[in-house]
Ligand binder design. Structure first.
Ligand code: F6R
Length: 238
């Protein structure tokens, strides 16, 4: 695990955006896995500033999607990425694959699509307060694949304000941990003090199902990018 501890949230965001852009510059037809959530909003804002040309040959897989929302619901992750990245950059929706949360065979379709793409070159990840990645909540297994997962009450509460009608789904279709671990490089951005406990736990544990992010620790190309608040409970100098 490589750790990049930044002096500000802005620097952490820029670091991650630059890593993603460097990947696309070195391999324009990269397959990129994207996360949603508040942490990623400034990253996408920065990618939008870099203009659309670099992304013309890139293909994207989204990490997860709520189950039970009408297509294009304003709080769906598909809507999120359309408004933060696809529309501002003028990308084609056909450059994106979305977890087909409305299909009963959606999980296996998604796994097949990822394999057929040649696999994910660069996976962008956020982290939940409880250490979830994607929507792999505590209790998820290291070899889990894309599947329907139950959201914990903590995650539901953390995301409630993203729902205009406050009626948040209880299930999601998420890439599994095994699926994520097959990504060639994984970059996790954590910002804000609400993530500090999970980051501290990550430092001291590995392969611990009670905190799924610990499964990433031994991936050969896993980079953790932290702002000062997310890093506030760890000490890298000892
Ligand atoms: C969503 C996802 C989640 C979020 C996590 C943090 O696609 O992958 O793991 O990254 O819930 O969300 P924020 O950034 O809103 O704190």
């Amino acid at each position: 695990m490589r750790i990049i501890q930044c002096d500000s949230k802005e620097e952490a965001v820029s670091t991650v955006a630059s890593m993603l852009l460097e990947k696309i510059e070195s391999k324009p037809n990269s397959v990129i896995g994207l996360a949603t959530g508040r942490t990623m909003e400034p990253v996408y804002a920065q990618l939008v500033k870099s203009g659309p040309d670099k992304f013309k040959k890139t293909f994207f897989f989204m990490l997860d999607e709520y189950v039970g929302l009408p297509l294009n619901h304003p709080s769906s992750f598909k809507h999120y990425i359309k408004s933060h990245l696809i529309n501002p950059l003028g990308l084609l929706e056909s450059q994106f694959s979305f977890p087909p949360a409305h299909l009963s065979e959606g999980a296996s379709h998604y796994e097949t699509s990822i394999k057929e793409s040649g696999g994910i070159d660069f996976q962008l990840l956020g982290i939940g307060k409880n250490g979830h990645i994607g929507f792999n909540e505590p209790g998820s297994e290291k070899n889990s694949r894309t599947r329907i997962v139950k959201l914990t009450n903590e995650t539901i509460e953390a995301n409630r304000d993203q729902f205009v009608d406050k009626n948040i789904p209880t299930d999601a279709l998420s890439m599994g941990i095994g699926t994520i671990l097959e990504g060639k490089s994984l970059v996790l951005l954590a910002t804000g003090k609400s993530k500090a406990d999970a980051i501290k736990y990550l430092m001291n544990h590995h392969d611990d199902p009670s905190c799924p992010v610990t499964f990433l620790k031994n991936h050969p190309h896993f980079t953790l990018v932290l702002d000062p608040e997310a890093a506030s409970k760890i000490n890298l100098n000892i």
